[in-house]
Design a protein around this ligand. Structure first.
Ligand SMILES: Nc1ncnc2c1ncn2[C@@H]1O[C@H](COP(=O)(O)OP(=O)(O)OP(=O)(O)O)[C@@H](O)[C@H]1O
Length: 656
């Protein structure tokens, strides 16, 4: 049976994944809660013997259990090296993850571990998925997967200027229903912090590569905490210990193991675990070139199974006394088999084994029995909403936490404020009282100062691009987690930048307008500057969102703005431009900005000695309205906001 989660079979999803999945209903699984509790001891990090209870059932971390089963999963994707060919990265993979168990996806590098995790977690954005996936007895919607599964990425995606506590509370505010009382969210976050042993660093800033904050292990545990905030039923982790030293890796796995005591279903990909880390896993799914070569309990079983398959290979027992650990031996032996092109043989051996037959009987039970779910969870199965909360609440939360911190951060404010202040001071001193001089020879200076003042926001837009490029992994993760939509993210970014610029522009336009003795309406002078900057920011966001990296964005923006300068009407008057180029000046928002400033400056000058109207006539601006020019310019703001939104929503630089 093939169907897509809450979508028509074979239909292309907005993310571009042509799916033929049946994420299907399945069985009430006997809980294995507490099964491993007494086994756990790890240098006194935690008392594992008594699983800590949630503060109360309302804010508790785990309310139910959610077994996950998958049958004959095949995942095909277009080959990057030969676009005409489709590659099967997973081939008829079957298995299950039980609540209260820690399952490992293991295999040599490139065997398809992350692919399998992504397919089951519903995080694939390209390719075709066939087979059946079942979550607790029902076919989950995307909304369900976002709300009730947690996914801990391999790389940490945190907000450096928030503390650990703030980072978790920020996620809780975005992801948990708005109606949930604030104090309950705080209690939930405090509970998670205790569970993850983050109490000592909860009020420490997370930091960045430039400004050191919490340690790598604490970052990893904060990431796990983020995944836990929404009461996930299932937790997926992609190499949770990669990049950590063995002590920190053990510390992280201790925490992860503890989560299974609360009936959470946990599945992690692992590469080279320490013996301690590997021993924490209850179940092992061994992959080789996208095929299952072993699925069963962890412990002596996989060793015995592989030793029986390769009687000629060095026995694991022979290594007991040296540093060889079980995981290493398993990966060693499967990698060797792979190098000898025995992967198909290994997969066939497993496919015809008694072990597989037993697994399939168990799997069928998972596939056919339905788990009782609360009405709230049930509703999520049917919903297709991308986020848990409304856009205005999400924008408010983003502003509260992120803008609240950004405006206190000199590294954030510096590039936004310093250049504009310095340039306005230079312009003021250079063109001081220029407007008071009515000599015809001064017209050039006046048009020049207005031109300069108009084009600067175009170049200044460069300082707004890095945030989009550098924040991309965070944006992708938070969007995948269902924290916000691209439109809400864009709204937050614009409100944040424009709020800062609102106050800044009042200062900078005041520095220039009065001292330079410019004429016309100050309101229009300021408004044009404000709208031009807003349009520049929207263009910056658009270019940043379509550029794969900062280098591309840095090259594209100045090139585009420079082209716009040619068509403003000062360097080459509009009426003097070649006919075949004239259309372009209608697409140049800086032309309308400069026209508005020119009309504002010269239109009321009839009484003056110099006939300034002739200046407007000279530049083909006679009879035009400054407000209409401002309106035309504003249309470009709307256009570039739509383009920036489309680029954020649809341009995927990180496909998976
Ligand atoms: N579009 C594609 N075209 C060609 N090969 C691809 C494509 N997408 C993924 N692959 C390959 O599929 C394999 C499986 O990738 P995956 O990331 O799942 O492996 P993995 O087992 O998690 O590896 P690692 O342990 O190194 O992270 C890799 O060899 C990868 O290069």
């Amino acid at each position: 049976m093939m169907a897509s989660p809450s979508r028509s079979p074979g239909k292309r999803t907005p993310e571009g994944t042509k799916q033929c999945i049946d994420i299907e209903a399945q069985a009430a699984i006997p809980s294995t809660s507490g099964r491993h509790v007494s086994k756990l001891t790890y240098d006194g990090y935690y008392d594992h013997h008594k699983p800590q209870q949630p503060p109360n059932s309302e804010v508790g971390m785990i309310k139910g259990c959610m077994p996950v089963a998958f049958k004959d999963l095949t995942y095909r994707v277009r080959n990057n090296n030969n676009r005409k060919e489709n590659l099967a990265l997973l081939l008829k993979v079957s298995g299950y993850f039980r609540p209260g168990e820690l399952a490992a996806l293991m295999g040599p590098s490139g065997s398809g571990k992350t692919t399998m995790l992504d397919v089951i977690a519903g995080r694939k954005t390209v390719g075709t998925i066939c087979g059946r996936i079942s979550y607790g007895g029902q076919s989950p919607s995307r909304a369900f997967l976002r709300r009730y599964t947690g996914y801990v990425e391999q790389t940490d995606t945190l907000i450096g200027n928030l503390t650990v506590f703030e980072m978790l509370l920020y996620t809780a505010d975005l992801k948990l229903p708005r109606r949930m009382p604030y104090k309950d969210k705080v209690r939930k976050v405090s509970y998670i912090i205790t569970q993850l042993a983050l109490t000592t660093c909860q009020h420490v800033r997370i930091g960045s590569t430039v400004q050191r904050g919490i340690s790598g292990g604490q970052c990893k545990r904060t990431n796990i905490g983020i995944a836990l905030v929404s009461d996930p039923k299932v937790l997926f982790m992609d190499e949770p210990t990669s990049g950590l030293d063995s002590f920190t890796a053990n510390e992280v796995m201790t925490v992860v193991k503890k989560l299974t005591q609360m009936n959470l279903t946990v599945c992690a990909t692992i590469h080279s675990p320490t013996p301690y880390c590997f021993n924490q896993f209850d179940r092992l799914h061994l992959l080789l070139r996208g095929q299952t070569v072993y699925f069963g309990p962890n412990g002596p079983e996989p060793i015995n199974y592989l030793e029986a398959l390769f009687p000629e290979a060095p026995k694991f027992s022979a290594h007991k006394s040296d540093l060889h650990n079980r995981a290493e031996w398993i990966v060693d032996i499967t990698t060797r088999a792979d190098r000898m092109d025995k992967h198909t043989l290994l997969a066939e051996k497993y496919a015809s084994s008694e072990l597989k037959r037993g697994n399939m009987r168990e799997l069928e039970k998972f596939m056919t029995t339905r788990v009782e779910l609360s009405p709230e969870v049930q509703k999520e199965f049917e919903s297709n909403s991308e986020t848990s909360n409304s856009w205005w609440w999400i924008t408010w939360v983003l502003l509260q936490y992120r803008m609240g911190r950004d405006i206190m951060d000199t590294q954030f404010l510096g590039p936004r404020i310093a250049d504009k202040l310095v340039l306005s001071l230079i312009i003021m001193s250079l063109y001081f009282a220029v407007g008071a001089n009515q000599a015809p020879s001064n017209v050039n200076n006046l048009t020049a100062v207005l031109f300069l003042w108009t084009i600067l926001p175009g170049y200044a837009a460069a300082s707004y691009m890095p945030t989009i490029v550098l924040e991309r992994p965070l944006f992708v993760r938070e969007r995948n987690d269902g924290l916000y939509r691209p439109s809400t993210y864009l709204l937050f970014k614009m409100v944040e930048e424009m709020t800062i610029f609102f106050f800044l522009s009042l200062v900078t336009t005041s520095i220039v307008f009065a001292p330079c003795r410019l004429g016309g309406s100050f309101l229009l002078f300021w408004l044009v500057n404000f709208i031009t900057t807003a349009t520049g920011i929207a263009i910056g966001y658009f270019i940043a969102a379509i550029s794969p990296n900062m280098d591309m964005a840095n090259a594209a923006l100045p090139a585009y703005v420079t082209v716009l300068l040619f068509f403003v009407g000062l360097l080459l008057r509009n009426q003097d431009q070649p006919v075949y180029w004239r259309w372009f000046s209608n697409l140049d928002f800086l032309r309308f900005a400069w026209s508005a400033q020119m009309i504002n400056q010269f239109e009321g000058s009839k009484a003056m000695a110099l006939d300034f109207q002739s200046v407007l006539k000279f530049y083909n601006l006679e009879g035009q309205s400054k407000w209409m020019n401002l309106l035309y310019e504003s249309c470009f703001l709307v256009l570039f906001l739509i383009l920036a939104w489309a680029a954020l929503a649809f341009k995927r630089h990180i496909s998976r």
